[in-house]
Unconditional design. Structure first.
Length: 380
């Protein structure tokens, strides 16, 4: 029996430019997720840790990021847990690869880390009665678990394991189900897709662990890794996969009807009441809003700092058409409202994207015009 911890897509050093000043906090959470994964591997006493690509977000990873990653992997080496790693598409094995700039096996030490790359397309783990096979073409991480030499030239072992930075499918960055079935491998540890998935093609089991922490910041639950058990004790090979949480942050979408918002300060109060510092919250204002309601997304994000990891506000609301009795048509206000609203109705009935954009602009013109003509202070 073998027990594995399988991770991928850690993306250490990701910039997260859309998160503003929360980006550094999420980068720290990504390092913490790697540390949590190592803690889990040690606690579960696994035999092998597999990293299926994109340990780093870029090949220009900072020395500090490399040192912190090495320190975590070295904890596994000290515990005599083997590590096999394959580059991904963000940290691919190019001329400028981070795996060329740094000698990871030497840095981790104990002869416990193998980076699968040109010249090292597979590794025989004699003590584990296993071989781990990388992609056929290391310059194309998703080229499938067909490392040269062919499968018939690999050592005779109980377990043949593939390690490829790809998801299952037929598109770019994916390996086909047929290729997995024809691989002759018992288990293929995949990556690239940031959401966990498992499956079987013929006699080949496969799994994607998902990213251990947020990357695109769109996941509705915290990040994960896989604990994999390969069991041949009964004479029949059985592969079982258990997904475990190691991340903490997650993403939530919230749509708020603008008509229910009395003021920006009231909206802030409502959001703070449900605050969670592990959530990136995307708030979308929808429907029609009053002329008096002004929304400043940056100010809302600042006001909720600490209540959430990050709040991003998207104002999709629109000013209403004029309700009640209109001013007489011979007045400036009456003529303005009738002319603008008739054009808005025409554009919205047209049903095209260009017309919808123009109608949205005219609704804003209508709102500002009503306020100016009524002598009300304009809410921008």
């Amino acid at each position: 029996m073998l027990r594995l911890l399988h991770t991928a897509d850690v993306h250490l050093g990701a910039r997260h430019e859309d998160l503003g000043d929360a980006a550094s906090a999420l980068r720290e959470l990504q390092h913490a997720a790697l540390r949590e994964a190592v803690d889990l591997a040690l606690a579960e006493r696994v035999d092998l840790v597999l990293v299926a690509g994109d340990l780093f977000d870029t090949n220009t990873a900072s020395r500090r990021s490399v040192e912190r990653a090495v320190a975590e992997l070295a904890r596994l080496a000290v515990a005599r847990i083997r590590i096999v790693l394959v580059p991904g598409c963000h940290d691919g094995y190019t001329r400028s690869s981070v795996y060329r700039a740094y000698d990871f096996p030497a840095l981790v030490g104990e002869d416990m880390l193998t980076v699968l790359a040109p010249g090292k397309p597979w590794v025989h783990l004699d003590s584990l009665d296993a071989v781990v096979v990388g992609p056929a073409d290391p310059s194309r991480p998703s080229s499938g678990p067909f490392a040269a030499p062919g499968a018939h030239e690999l050592p005779a072992v109980t377990w043949r394991i593939g390690l490829v930075h790809a998801a299952v499918g037929g598109g770019e960055g994916q390996v086909t189900p047929a290729a997995l079935e024809a691989s002759g491998l018992d288990f293929v540890a995949l990556g690239h897709d940031h959401r966990a998935a498992t499956g079987t093609e013929g006699t080949t089991a496969w799994a994607v662990p998902g990213s251990p922490e947020q990357v695109e910041v769109d996941r509705e639950r915290p990040g994960t890794v896989n604990l994999v058990t390969l069991d041949a004790s009964s004479g029949v090979k059985v592969v079982s996969v258990e997904t475990r949480q190691v991340g903490t942050s997650w993403h939530r979408d919230l749509e708020v009807e603008a008509a229910s918002v009395a003021s920006q300060s009231k909206l802030v109060e409502r959001l703070r009441a449900d605050g969670d510092p592990d959530i990136v919250l995307d708030v979308t204002l929808a429907g029609e809003r009053s002329d008096e309601l002004g929304i400043d997304g940056a100010a809302i994000s600042d006001a909720l700092r600490g209540a959430y990891l990050r709040v991003r506000v998207h104002d999709g609301s629109r000013p209403p058409l004029t309700g009640g009795v209109l001013p007489p048509s011979e007045t400036i206000a009456g003529a303005f409202i009738r002319n603008v609203e008739s054009r808005i109705v025409e554009l919205e009935d047209a049903g095209t994207a260009v017309a919808a954009d123009e109608a949205a602009e005219l609704r804003e013109v209508l709102r500002l015009g009503r306020q100016l003509l009524s002598g009300t202070e304009v809410a921008s």
